[in-house]
Design a protein around this ligand. Structure first.
Ligand SMILES: [Zn+2]
Length: 297
C-alpha cells in the first residue's frame, strides 16, 4: 500500500494542478519550534490552510454547499486507492505534513467514530511511518457531513517523542488532557477506546458523540492511540479575531497550524498552551473519567 501511495502522489502531482500547488505551498511552509512546559510544539505557517481554519461548519452552512468529499463532486483529475470495502484514499490538496492523505467513506453520511475505530487501527497498521487522525464533527472536521479520516507522515509528529515510554492512560503535567491507549490487541483496544468514548459521552452529556480528536499510529506490532477530549471547537481568540487558529488533531499532536503570517511571527508557547487548555476537557472532568477507567470494567 505504501508503494501504491507513493505512486499515487507522483501521478496526481503531475495530473492535478491543485495538488501540485498544495505540495509547493507545503514545501515553502515555515516551521518554528516553541517550548511548552517540558515539550515542543512546531508552529507551522501554511497560508493554504486558511479556508479549513475558518470553515463554517454549522448545519446550515454545510447543508448549503455541495459536499467536497462525495465522489461525484471531486475534480475530474482526482483519483484514489481503494481501502477495504468502505473507504478510498486520496491525496489531500491542502497538506499540513508530508504525504497528507484523506481517507473517505464511499457513502455520504455523518462523521462519527462509533463502529469506525477498528478501521482507524487497520489504516494505521497498513501505513507504517504514518499517523491516522479523526476529527469529530464539532472538533475541526471541515466536512462533518461525510465520514472521513486523514493520515500523514510521522516525520514531524512531536507527541510521539513526548509520550515515548509512557504507558499510563493519563499524561501528567501536560498542557492538554489526553488519554493514551497502547496495545497489541485490536479487539481489546477497540473495547478500551469505546469505553473512553462512552464515559466522555456520559460526563459531557453528549449522547450522539462526545467532542473528540483522535490520533493513532502503529509501530513494532503496537498501536499507540491518543484521544483528546474536547470542551469547545474554537478558542476565544478566534472569535475576537486576535488569532486565526482552530486546533484539531494535528495541532493537538504538536504541529500547530497558523495560516496568517503575522500570527506566525507573534504567537507564543504560552498562548498555545492557553488555547489547548481552553478547548480540551477541564482537569476535574478529565480526572473523573480517568478514575473510572482505572477502576471500572
Ligand atoms: Zn459527501
Amino acid at each position: 500500500m505504501i508503494h501504491a501511495i507513493e505512486e499515487l502522489f507522483e501521478r496526481q502531482a503531475r495530473a492535478w494542478p491543485q495538488l501540485a500547488k498544495g505540495l509547493e505551498g507545503l514545501a515553502r511552509a515555515k516551521t518554528r519550534p516553541v517550548r511548552i512546559d517540558w515539550f515542543d510544539i512546531a508552529i507551522r505557517h501554511i497560508p493554504h490552510r486558511m479556508a479549513s481554519t475558518t470553515a463554517s461548519v454549522d448545519r446550515e452552512s454545510v447543508a448549503k454547499r455541495p459536499c467536497f468529499l462525495c465522489a461525484g463532486n471531486l475534480p475530474s483529475e482526482e483519483e484514489g486507492l481503494q481501502f477495504g470495502k468502505d473507504f478510498t484514499i486520496y491525496c489531500n490538496p491542502f497538506p499540513i505534513v508530508d504525504h497528507h492523505l484523506t481517507i473517505v467513506h464511499r457513502e455520504h453520511g455523518l462523521q462519527h467514530i462509533a463502529n469506525q475505530f477498528g478501521n482507524m487501527l487497520d489504516l494505521a497498521a497498513t501505513l507504517p511511518g504514518y499517523f491516522v487522525i479523526y476529527n469529530g464533527p464539532e472538533c475541526g472536521a471541515s466536512a462533518p457531513d461525510h465520514m472521513h479520516f486523514q493520515a500523514g507522515s510521522r516525520g514531524l509528529f512531536p507527541i510521539e517523542k513526548e509520550t515515548a515510554g509512557l504507558t499510563n492512560i493519563t499524561v501528567p503535567n501536560y498542557a492538554r488532557n489526553v488519554f493514551l491507549l497502547r496495545g497489541r490487541h485490536r479487539s481489546a483496544l477497540i473495547h478500551r477506546a469505546g469505553r473512553v468514548i462512552e464515559l466522555l459521552a456520559e460526563t459531557t452529556d453528549k449522547r450522539a458523540e462526545p467532542m473528540v480528536n483522535i490520533a493513532v499510529f502503529h509501530e513494532k506490532g503496537e498501536w499507540v492511540t491518543y484521544v483528546f477530549p474536547r470542551k469547545k471547537h474554537r478558542p476565544e481568540v478566534f472569535h475576537t479575531g486576535e488569532l486565526t487558529v482552530s486546533p484539531a488533531s494535528i495541532d493537538l499532536c504538536g504541529v500547530f497550524v497558523v495560516p496568517v503570517a503575522q500570527d506566525f511571527e507573534r504567537i507564543t508557547g504560552d498562548a498555545i498552551a492557553a488555547i489547548f487548555r481552553e478547548v480540551t476537557l477541564p482537569d476535574d472532568q478529565f480526572q473523573e473519567i480517568a478514575d473510572k477507567l482505572e477502576s471500572g470494567p
